[in-house]
Ligand binder design. Sequence first.
Ligand code: 4AD
Ligand code: MG
Length: 476
Amino acid sequence: MTTLTIAQLLKETKQESVEIKGWVRTFRAKRFIALNDGSTLNNIQCVVDFENTDEDTLKRITTGAAVHIKGELVESQGKGQSVEIVVSSIEILGDSDPETYPIQPKKHSFEFLRENAHLRTRTNTFSAVMRLRSALSFAVHKYFNDNGFYHMHTPIITGSDAEGAGEMFRVSTLDQKKPPLTEGGAIDHTKNFFGKDTNLTVSGQLEAETYAMSLGKVYTFGPTFRAENSNTSRHLSEFWMIEPEVAFMDLAGNMDLAEDFMKSVIAYVLEHNAEDLAFLDQRLRDEEKTKPQAERSELSLIEKLKFVTDNNFKRVSYTEAIDILRNSKPNKKKKFKYIINEWGADLQSEHERFLVEKHFKCPVILFDYPANIKAFYMRLNEDGKTVRAMDVLFPGIGEMAGGSQREERLDILKQKMAVLDISEEELWWYLDLRKYGTAVHSGFGLGFERLVMFATGMGNIRDVIPYPRTPQNAEF
Ligand code: 4AD
Ligand code: MG
């Protein structure tokens, strides 16, 4: 007799003598244990023969306790489950304390569960979300592997700042109270661990470019860190980013790749995680009911996911988008916080959400942005003022991914770096790619947690990563 997971058991019908281990969700009438082991959303009902079980054991079967059960798998007498276990023996592996155990069998707020993030995956919602997160991660690797990409581990500690935003976490082993100083009084980073100033990476892109220019098609999928002080439901200080980079691919190819990739990973979970999705779909319906009619979503979670897999993303140039926004109702009525007056304005999330949620009502890929609101490495267009950038915008999320065709011309890249005061010495290796066999190449970065938010219908990014890191918070 081997120990099966509940997911396996519920598929079995022939097994008679079974053995399982899990955590008690509820214990009713000294008789019915709802047991869960994390393998599925479903609990298995275990029926205890209380007349033949000692009082002490019965008392220790409490919510949260870990137990080892042996018994017979039989067709269930009650409703709500097809099979149940008639318990022949029960061993308490780990007691719980019904007085203090935080995860009581009742509805808890997400705020409360965030404070108890070490136990929140013992709830249906969070176990479903984290199983989906795991499936999406697998689907990401599967997609790239099936399509001839190599997985590359880009460094986490870096000496360069890919996005030029300067909002990085410093990595240092210098004495914080008495750092060594140069004669000029600045911190002497030659004495630091790496002999230079280093930070946690904000993106693996620049290193991924080097591998694309030799291995052809690569991707990285790793943690990235941003020290920006944005306390929103869509920003984390530590998040996971998926960054494909492909040689000989232009911006149109990049858009095709992004769209095909997103459709594929969403289709994967629709096929493989139907049970968890159905649960989260219902959760979202219940949540929507508490909102005013005008704010309710027209589509359910599963409908939204199918909408993405079944419809083309709309491709719109920045210039077209500005025209739409300038003539939009919220702009004319000054409902936007940032009014769009002229070409060149940076788009805020309110504008992005207007475009995808109100105007196009589907995922949108905006491209050809003004050069001066985008990063230095994006390829300049013939007009001399726009770059081959793209942002993929999703309903309910806003920016899901951002990327570009990369500037492959050495002289133009150098000019750009000079204007932005980016050191050629520091990025000598990046410039080398343009000296030796340069070619058109492109890629994008997709925030994995934003994908998980979309796929699970969760409204706060803190609820789709096990232990969120945000300004003023690094508990656990
Ligand atoms: O738009 P970003 O900053 O682009 C880059 O870093 C490029 N180097 C990517 C590339 O071309 N290879 O970030 C990419 C994506 C965003 O679209 C967003 O989904 C996510 O990363 N993202 C965040 N997710 C959570 N919290 C944050 N603070 C995020 N910042 C960006
Ligand atoms: Mg971006």
